[in-house]
Ligand binder design. Structure first.
Ligand SMILES: Nc1ncnc2c1ncn2[C@@H]1O[C@H](COP(=O)(O)OP(=O)(O)OP(=O)(O)O)[C@@H](O)[C@H]1O
Length: 234
């Protein structure tokens, strides 16, 4: 019950972005979050993180709404697509500010910089970072509070092949430590190698919530399984 969605619904004007999602994302495994463009993945993640208010229903982290936590970074770490660091700030200073806001010891900053391979770039301004370095910094921020829950929106975007392999291992290790890892991606081959459980949505509705092996059953690849699911929902 690390992430719980209860009839979670979001409308923007006439657009029904998320339509009554009921879901439990459990610890100890990487859960992939799939769906076509506009399916409602980012909106769902934003509501879990208190960045968007549900029109109805609830999104809970470890049984409570995100906004209830005094130190949310210790509960849940997130990397959303949009980069949120100031271009004039160094990577280290960005993380130090985040650490201060959640009463996390400053020493943890260099620890997470090392974990994501940004030790050497820590003193450089964020504005000079490549897309991949930005992803790594985002991940460092997510890991800062040593949270039990991680929410990552397209974390592979912009990473080179070494980076892709690195993040795949990292996510699997984090899950093996008993954390909840909820990750969206359009890269189905990559997802097949990383996740052991999948949630698929389309038009804001749940299409599947099942172990990878069950979804793959009878299909040659996740891509085949995914197309069969989403085409039948179109
Ligand atoms: N701030 C907003 N204002 C109005 N409509 C929005 C807003 N955010 C999202 N939407 C709409 O809600 C729906 C779901 O969008 P969302 O970004 O959650 O989908 P997604 O599954 O993350 O898509 P993608 O794979 O393209 O990132 C879309 O129809 C989108 O246009």
């Amino acid at each position: 019950m690390a992430i719980t969605l209860q009839k979670l619904t979001k409308t923007y004007g006439r657009t029904l972005a998320v339509d009554g999602l009921d879901l439990e994302v459990r610890p100890g495994r990487v859960t992939g979050f799939l769906g076509p463009n506009g399916a409602g993945k980012s909106t769902t993640m934003r509501m879990v993180l208190g960045l968007d208010r549900p029109t109805s229903g609830r999104a809970l982290v470890n049984g409570r709404p995100y906004a209830d936590y005094q130190w949310p970074l210790r509960e849940v770490g997130a990397v959303l697509e949009a980069k949120a660091a100031h271009p004039g700030r160094t990577g280290r200073n960005h993380l130090l500010a985040m650490a201060r806001s959640n009463a996390i010891p400053a020493g943890r900053v260099d620890e997470v910089l090392g974990m994501v391979g940004l030790g050497d770039a820590a003193g450089k301004r964020f504005g000079t970072y490549s897309l991949g370095m930005g992803q790594r910094l985002g991940l460092a921020g997510a890991l800062l509070g040593d949270p039990g829950v991680l929410i990552l929106d397209e974390p592979v975007n912009g990473l080179d092949p070494d980076g892709v392999r690195w993040i795949r291992r990292l996510l699997r290790d984090l899950a093996a430590e008993g954390r909840t890892v909820f990750v969206s991606s359009h890269l189905l081959t990559e997802m097949q190698m990383t996740a052991s459980h999948l949630v698929v949505i389309a038009k804001g509705r749940l299409l599947a919530d099942a172990p990878m092996d069950d979804l793959l059953g009878g299909h040659g690849s996740l891509e085949d399984a995914y197309y069969e699911l989403t085409e039948s929902a179109a």
